[in-house]
Design a protein around this ligand. Structure first.
Ligand SMILES: Nc1ncnc2c1ncn2[C@@H]1O[C@H](COP(=O)(O)OP(=O)(O)O)[C@@H](O)[C@H]1O
Ligand SMILES: [Mg+2]
Length: 426
């Protein structure tokens, strides 16, 4: 059997058993032996994510990662080697890594980082004057209603909640396919309340060094408390759970615990920090943050329905010169498009009109013909999400948590698409 055939065989085998770590390691080693280092690194990174890199592989993987500029992976290897108490080669790898980081213009990693002072992590609040409002968000009436009930009303009318003995506090976790307005809604919530908006992307909080992610998260909440009253938005909340899964052993729960502690503190001192979070992968979010008083409301943010798409088209086409357009008819052609997809579609049509304006002179208005041409080749970017979601709600909807998704998957728009398959390439 030739080397290439062996690799092909291994690649096919791992496709069939993606969770077989031993097999993946064999494939990675075969790839490295064959000089396919980048592909080898992809598999090693997956093993590292799963906490399944054997001790003996940590340093060699770190070195290989470093050689190819994959600093994050290299840092993770250093970290794991330290935690597992593997002395050989760690110091040298760490030194090389630090050199690489400095060359990259990134500040030196420090083992015991001093997070006080200017380097301190913390989002800058965006003042209310720059905010969107619910009027800027097309459709999503139910979602706006839920946010109003859970977040805005308790803030604006605490007296009501007191008189009726209704517990206030607790955040809302928005979830759904990308590009459908979660971030926009969070900004709009701040706008509706006239409050500053703090946007924290969990990805940016994460750091391979033990303790640094927790310190970053704490700093984010501190800066929210300092700006209170304000809206604090935690985007990509699933990244916390992801970080936990890839980080086995002692430090594993630390970041989730830190989050819970911060959320509970906010609930307790009624500090006027309104918390919203968002995720594309609600099934990856731990249960603990979803308990009462924390993110006890999970709200599905679906792709815009027909009326919402019409509204988004209307918004996007309000400024440029347009011919007579039947927006309702146009909206029917964009089933399952996310808000971002609709926006992208209009931008393409505008580009076509601009091209013609440049070629012919005189302002060429956007016509339905431009819209039609701009639509060609566009597919909804929500399809992958819907297909993943379908697997989860069919197999992991024990508590009825994803009933809203289930109902959405039964709508005519989804069902008629499903006949053609939910995957993009079909
Ligand atoms: N319902 C909507 N109404 C108006 N614009 C929308 C809507 N949904 C998405 N958009 C547009 O798409 C962009 C991306 O949306 P975003 O809120 O970032 O999505 P998500 O956070 O869900 O990934 C927004 O900035 C906005 O231009
Ligand atoms: Mg977003």
């Amino acid at each position: 059997m030739s080397e290439e055939q062996r690799l092909e065989g291994l690649r096919a085998a791992i496709e069939l058993s993606p969770d077989n770590h031993g097999l993946r390691l064999v494939l990675a080693e075969a790839l490295r032996g064959a000089g396919e280092e980048l592909e080898a690194l992809d598999h090693l990174a997956m093993l590292a994510d799963a906490g399944a890199l054997p001790d003996a592989e940590l340093i060699p993987t770190g070195q290989l990662a470093l050689r190819h500029g994959r600093l994050q992976l290299a840092a993770r290897c250093v970290d794991a080697a330290r935690r597992r108490g593997i002395p050989e080669g760690v110091a040298a790898l760490l030194r090389d890594l630090e050199d690489a980081l400095t060359d990259d213009g990134i500040k030196q990693l420090s083992v015991d980082p001093d997070i006080e002072g200017d380097d301190r992590f913390g989002p800058k609040p965006i003042p209310p004057s720059d905010q969107a409002t619910f009027g800027d968000v097309g459709g999503l009436t139910d979602v706006k209603q839920a946010i109003h009930r859970t977040i805005i009303l308790p803030f604006q009318r605490p007296d009501l909640y007191e008189r009726y003995g209704r517990r206030s506090g607790g955040g809302v976790l928005l979830y759904g396919p990308p590009g459908c307005g979660k971030t926009l809604l969070a900004r709009a919530t701040a706008g509706e309340c006239g409050l500053p908006f703090l946007n924290v992307r969990i990805e940016e909080v994460l750091d391979p060094y033990i303790g640094v992610s927790e310190a970053n998260l704490h700093a984010a909440f501190e800066s929210a408390r300092a700006s209170a009253p304000c809206v604090l938005f935690l985007d990509e909340l699933d990244a916390i759970a992801y970080a936990r899964r890839k980080q086995q052993g002692s430090g594993a729960r630390a970041l989730v615990d830190q989050l819970l502690q911060e959320l509970d503190a906010i609930g307790a001192d009624n500090s006027d920090v309104l918390v919203l979070a968002a995720t594309n992968a609600p099934w990856d979010v731990d249960d603990a943050p979803k308990r009462p008083g924390r993110f006890d409301r999970m709200v599905f943010v679906p792709p815009p329905d027909l009326a919402a798409r019409e509204r988004i088209l209307e918004q996007r086409l309000a400024d440029p010169p347009t011919a007579e357009l039947d927006l309702a008819a146009l909206a029917t052609r964009a089933a399952l498009f996310s808000g971002a997809d609709v926006t992208h579609w209009v931008e393409r049509a505008i580009d076509l009109a601009i091209d013609e304006t440049l070629a012919r002179g005189g302002d060429v208005p956007i016509t339905s013909e431009h819209m039609q041409r701009a639509l060609e080749g566009l597919t909804p970017t929500t399809l992958d999400w819907l297909s993943t979601a379908r697997n989860y709600v069919e197999f992991a909807n024990e508590s009825g948590r994803f009933d809203d998704v289930l109902a959405y998957l039964e709508t005519d728009e989804v069902k008629s698409r499903r006949r053609r398959g939910l995957r993009k390439d079909r």
